[in-house]
Design a protein around this ligand. Sequence first.
Ligand code: BMA
Length: 314
Amino acid sequence: MKHDSDNCYHTLFKRYEANPILSCQDWPYPVNSVFNPGAAMVNGRYLLLVRVEDRRGFSHLCAAQSANGVSDWEIDPQPTLASLSEKYPEETWGIEDPRITWLEDPGLWAIAYTAYSKAGPLVSLATTSDFVSFERLGPVMPPEDKDAALFPVKFKGRYAMLHRPVPGPSFGRHIWISFSPDLKHWGDHQVLIPARSGAWWDANKIGLSPPPLETSEGWLVMYHGVRETVGGCLYRLGLALLDKEDPTLVIRRSDQWIFGPEEAYEKNGDVGNVVFPCGWILQGDELRIYYGGGDSCVAVASASLRDILAFLKD
Ligand code: BMA
């Protein structure tokens, strides 16, 4: 495959030329940074549920909506979903990194997010029909666990979730899959995509990026791999495909990362060298990822789904 003139590799995802599309200057109230948005199409409009960090260092979620998904954002004038630490002590230090899934049964949006408890980050779930009022299901995975998202459908009558527990310093941080009859009680936990080891770009620590996406070839999974270097961490993105009927089967996995920090707004920021998508939107053949750049802004890039599936089949 011929590579791009300004790049050493062919790139599947092309950045939007006016990136970043959202930053703290756009916010209707004072904030430190806006990043790592979940994404959904709601009533024909693009909705981003953006992670917003205040100057205490605590995060909440705020909805931004737009007709074209790149400009003219209408941002909620106050936090859309903020921590409720009196009732939900696991949210004491904020809530982060939402992944949004439309659940066919019961016909609601489900949001998997990181609740930052005093005992460490954990996975919590909430549902909504309108992104105005939310029903919390509370914590569903104990700490440390994050990078979680639900599948939109049930498998043999059970919900399924991908997530990334941290078992301890010597066992690797892998993507796991778990199942539940009711969204509240989870079991049958198993490692699904292991972090690789040694020199690999995705050695030792990986985590899910947006929620799994149903395609003609199976469930498309995008994940981040964290390369630890003497200069700090590098967050890059890779792809995998899961069997459509049985998502415990990994049928493809890219050897190479397919997207990584290159632009100034990805290399610099509160945490430089980070690209971190929590949402994607498929329209026809165009797949857009919405991602945080350097833990400071929101950016978008798009690819052809056909090209992605052809790349994975190679
Ligand atoms: C991860 C998450 C993300 C963040 C990334 C880089 O552990 O906390 O929210 O973007 O680190 O700082």
